[in-house]
Design a protein around this ligand. Structure first.
Ligand SMILES: *Cc1c(COP(=O)(O)O)cnc(C)c1O
Length: 425
């Protein structure tokens, strides 16, 4: 299949400085507070490249530099049963996962599959190994895509994320895994990965700061809007870091500039899993900073939520161009739903729409149910519900499943520079 590289530059959202040649630039080099870079694409109108592979059909607005294999892209369809149940006339669903009847073929079964291919395509060919910290789902996506493309990868995952590291194919031995044990959570993995990525032959993936990751996630909105024909009025998504929410906001701005999809009034509705809802708490105060909570309280709340992937304790909320700005610009709303709300909503979705959901996607559906009950929406508004993960049960029933095994285990208490120096000496 043909591969098209993309012409783009990067622009700092704080000072406006532009960078032409990036090769994995993550932050602006000027002296100002934390701020995101954003891609500025040469093509202002999006042409879907039907001959390109998978998600690269949206390559006009992805920072693509070299060919890499990728897998699928999200489907979008207009809901009938769930829409009727909620009294909505224009409910659209973006589905990231496996659902053969609807030609949905994202074999990682979450929208993290959209992050890895553009990140890998943008990487320079050098000797450095990419380091990715993850609660589980991002690691699965990078493990699968690095395996498929023979790209060296080092994953750092809390022990309880291990069961998320599966694939329908065996993994390449270029993919190495470190688990953090001793009741570790995502934040511990981030800390250890940060120490490793500072070593000379390693490279931090960068998370939300990486424009390739955000623009990859934005494909959910591009795929849906090109199907709907206009920018929706509301966008619903479950968030832990909020990177997908930022990405949706950025994609809607590009689509407005394109000119063919109407004005952009897309309001973000971002949903967290109570009692772990730091961004919801901050936004309720209209505060740009996340309230400090004690370490053991944060761990306790993390352990209580069913949607573990939503447990980021240091989300990119405050930087210029981060979640706070996205909410402010779109007059957005934040929600916190309980495990019980999410389970109930997930059951309704599965019964009415006919596919199983990941725990995080159930949280998003519960947020939508809550918005409907609060009358925050008009019946004829155009809504986009991002079902960020689904079809895993279906996939497991129909495929052989392989698990990635850890090479190294590090106890949570042992995370420090000395340990890292010893491990990588
Ligand atoms: C990671 C993840 C989310 C949350 O994404 P953000 O980075 O917070 O935008 C939601 N759903 C699923 C299935 C995920 O894996």
């Amino acid at each position: 299949m043909p591969f098209y590289s993309t012409n783009y530059s990067l622009k700092c959202l704080a000072c406006g400085k532009e960078y032409q040649e990036d090769r994995h630039l993550l932050t602006c080099n000027q002296p100002h507070g934390p701020a995101f870079l954003r891609t500025v694409y040469e093509k202002k109108q999006l042409t879907i490249r039907k001959d390109a592979q998978g998600m690269f059909r949206f390559g006009d607005w992805l920072p693509l530099r070299k060919p890499v294999k990728n897998i699928g892209y999200p489907i979008a369809y207009k809901s009938e049963a769930l829409a009727k149940h909620l009294g909505l006339e224009n409910l659209w669903i973006s589905f990231c996962g496996y659902w053969p009847e609807r030609q949905a073929n994202m074999l990682i079964c979450t929208f993290k599959e959209l992050e890895a291919p553009p990140v890998l395509s943008r990487l320079a060919n050098d000797e450095r190994t990419l380091v990715v910290a993850s609660a589980g789902n991002t690691a699965r996506a990078f493990a699968e895509l690095c395996s498929a493309n023979n790209i060296p990868l080092l994953l750092v995952v809390p022990e309880k994320g291990l069961k998320s590291l599966w694939s329908t194919k065996p993994f390449s031995n270029l993919v190495r895994l470190i688990t953090v044990t001793g009741d570790a959570d995502y934040s511990d993995a981030i800390k250890l990965a940060g120490l490793i990525a500072a070593l000379p032959l390693y490279l931090p993936e960068g998370g939300a700061k990486n424009v390739a990751r955000r623009d990859g996630m934005g494909v959910s909105v591009l795929a849906a809007v090109t199907e709907i024909g206009r920018i929706p009025d509301h966008y619903f998504q479950a968030v832990g870091s909020g990177t997908g929410g930022i990405a949706a906001w950025e994609a809607a701005q590009r689509l407005e500039t394109d000119g063919r999809f109407g004005e952009n009034h897309m309001k973000l509705h971002l949903v967290q899993n109570h009692p772990f809802a730091p961004m919801t708490e901050a936004w309720e105060q209209k505060s740009r900073t996340i309230p400090e909570i004690a370490e053991d309280e944060a761990r306790k709340r993390t352990a209580e939520i069913n949607a573990h992937v939503l447990s980021n304790r240091r989300p990119p909320y405050s930087p210029t161009g981060g979640v706070f700005d996205a909410l402010q610009h779109t007059h957005g709303l934040m929600y916190a739903v309980t495990n019980e709300d999410a389970e109930r909503a997930g059951k309704i979705f599965e019964t009415l729409e006919g596919i199983d959901l990941s725990p995080a996607a159930k949280v998003a559906v519960a947020g939508l149910v809550s918005a409907c009950s609060k009358a925050a929406l008009r019946a004829d508004d155009v809504l986009l519900l991002n079902v960020t993960g689904g079809g895993q049960r279906r996939l497991f029933a129909e495929h052989d499943i392989y698990y990635l095994q850890p090479q190294i285990e590090v106890r949570r208490e042992d995370i420090c520079e000395n340990t890292v120096d010893e491990l990588f000496a």
